[in-house]
Design a protein around this ligand. Structure first.
Ligand code: IFM
Length: 401
C-alpha cells in the first residue's frame, strides 16, 4: 500500500550558504581560523584544517552542479540561504553583483521547475555586525530588516516563500549558553537578550516583507525536539513538558501572529529520565538517535498553531548511507499520518543535498544525499538518492499494512 501525499506537495532538499558556498568572510570564518580555535582543536587531538569551512562545496561557483544534483533527485523545491556578509560586506553597502548572482540562481531554479525557498539568516554575520555585538545589539535587528528588504525587493518575483531565521534557539544556546560557537559566551542573561532580539527581528522582517508584497509567504525554521518522559508520570513528565514549552513553544508563541507557515527542523528525540540516556537504538554518525516517530510527535505538537507546516530540515549524518533510506521512508510514513490528523503539512526538505561544513564539527559529519570530495568538490550520488527519487515519483513512501 502507498502513503500518497497531495499532488502539490513540496519535495525538496535544504542547504545553507556558509556550509556550502565556500570563500565567505564572516564571523564564523574568522573564528574557525583563530589561534585559540586552532589551539583548542590541537589539544583535542584534531586536525584544525578539517574545521575550517574554506571553499566548502564551492557552491558559489558550482551552482549549476547543485542544480544538476537537484534534478537527479527529482525535487520540485530547494531551500538555500543568502550569505549576509557577501551581500552587505560593509554597513549599508550592498554588493549588486552578489545580489544579481542570487537572483540569477533563483531564476535558474525556476527554469528547471524547482521552487526556491530562501532563508535570510542561517547563522554567520558580517564582520561589522560582529563588531557591533551581533544579536546582543538592538541595532542588529534594524540592520537585519534592511538587509531582508533589499533581498526580498530584488528576488520576490522569483521567490515566493521566505524563511527569515533558521533555528533561533539552536544559535542562541550554542553561542550564548554552552559557548561552543562564536562568540563562545556562557550567559543566560545574554542568551535571553539575543533570543528577544531574534523574536523582534523576525516580527519586523515579517511586516517589512509583507509591505513589499503581501502575497509572499513568510515564516521561520524552528528546530523542535520530541521530549518524551521515560515513564508517563511523575518528575520526568513534568521535565518533558517544561522542556517542550521552553524549546518548542516559547519562540513560536512569540511570533505566532507573524508567520504564514511554520518551518520545522526535526533531528532529536530526548527521552527524559532525569538525565538523557542512550539505549539500544539506531544512531547517526554523530551519535544522534534516529527516531522517526518523533517527527510525528513534533508535527502533532504544531497543530495548536493552525498554520501550514513545511518540514524545512530533516536528515542525518550517515557517511556510508546505511540508515538514510530507512530513516527517510519511515519518517515520511509518520509525516503522512499527521495529514489525516489535522496538521496542514505542505512539504518535506531533506537535510542535506550535499555533504557540507557542519559548523563546530567541521567536515566529518556527512549529511549529503550527495557525497562531496572536499579536494576536488566533485559530487557523487549516494544510493539514497534513488530511494528519495522513487518516493517523489510515487508521491510518497510504500507501507506494509
Ligand atoms: O547543519 C545543520 C543546519 O545548519 C541547521 N540544522 C541542523 C543541521 C544538522 O546539524
Amino acid at each position: 500500500m502507498k502513503k500518497t501525499f497531495p499532488v502539490n506537495f513540496r519535495w525538496g532538499c535544504s542547504t545553507s550558504a556558509h556550509q556550502i558556498e565556500g570563500s565567505t568572510v564572516n564571523d564564523w570564518t574568522q573564528w574557525e581560523s583563530s589561534i585559540d580555535r586552532e589551539k583548542f582543536l590541537r589539544q583535542a587531538g584534531k586536525n584544525p584544517e578539517e574545521f575550517i569551512s574554506g571553499m566548502a562545496c564551492d557552491s558559489w561557483n558550482r551552482f549549476e552542479q547543485d542544480i544538476a544534483c537537484l534534478k537527479e533527485v527529482g525535487v520540485n523545491s530547494y531551500r538555500f540561504s543568502i550569505e549576509w556578509s557577501r551581500v552587505e560586506p560593509e554597513r549599508g553597502v550592498f554588493d549588486q553583483t552578489v545580489i544579481e548572482r542570487y537572483v540569477h540562481f533563483a531564476q535558474r531554479l525556476k527554469e528547471e521547475g524547482i521552487e526556491p525557498f530562501v532563508t535570510l539568516w542561517h547563522w554567520p554575520v558580517p564582520l561589522w555586525v560582529r563588531d557591533q555585538g551581533r544579536w546582543e545589539s538592538p541595532q542588529t535587528v534594524g540592520d537585519f530588516v534592511k538587509f531582508a528588504e533589499v533581498m526580498v525587493t530584488a528576488m520576490h518575483s522569483h521567490v515566493r516563500t521566505w524563511i527569515t531565521i533558521n533555528e533561533p534557539l539552536v544559535y542562541t544556546s550554542n553561542s550564548y549558553v554552552t559557548g561552543q560557537w562564536p562568540p563562545q559566551q556562557k550567559s543566560l542573561r545574554k542568551a535571553f537578550r539575543v533570543a528577544r532580539h531574534l523574536v523582534q527581528a523576525h516580527r519586523h522582517a515579517y511586516t517589512a516583507i509583507k509591505k513589499i508584497d503581501s502575497t509572499l509567504q513568510v515564516g521561520l525554521s524552528k528546530h523542535n525536539i520530541h521530549f518524551s518522559a521515560k515513564q508517563p508520570w511523575g518528575v520526568n513528565q513534568v521535565f518533558a513538558r517544561a522542556l517542550t514549552y521552553l524549546w518548542n513553544e516559547w519562540f513560536l508563541n512569540r511570533v505566532r501572529r507573524h508567520q504564514d507557515f511554520i518551518g520545522l527542523n526535526y533531528y532529536f528525540h530526548n527521552s527524559v529520565d532525569v538525565k538523557f540516556g542512550k539505549k539500544e537504538k539506531v544512531y547517526s554518525d554523530m551519535g544522534w538517535e534516529l527516531y522517526p516517530e518523533g517527527l510525528y510527535r513534533v508535527l502533532k505538537g504544531l497543530k495548536r498553531y493552525g498554520k501550514p507546516v513545511y518540514i524545512t530540515e530533516h536528515g542525518l549524518a550517515d557517511k556510508d548511507d546505511r540508515h538514510r533510506a530507512w530513516y527517510l521512508q519511515e519518517s515520511l510514513r509518520y509525516a503522512h499520518q499527521v495529514l489525516n490528523e489535522g496538521v496542514d503539512l505542505r512539504g518535506y526538505f531533506h537535510w542535506s543535498l550535499l555533504d557540507n561544513f557542519e559548523w563546530a564539527d567541521g567536515f566529518f559529519p556527512r549529511f549529503g544525499l550527495f557525497e562531496v570530495d572536499f579536494v576536488t568538490c566533485e559530487r557523487k550520488a549516494r544510493p539514497s538518492v534513488a530511494v528519495y527519487r522513487e518516493i517523489i515519483e510515487q508521491g510518497g513512501p510504500e507501507v506494509l499494512e
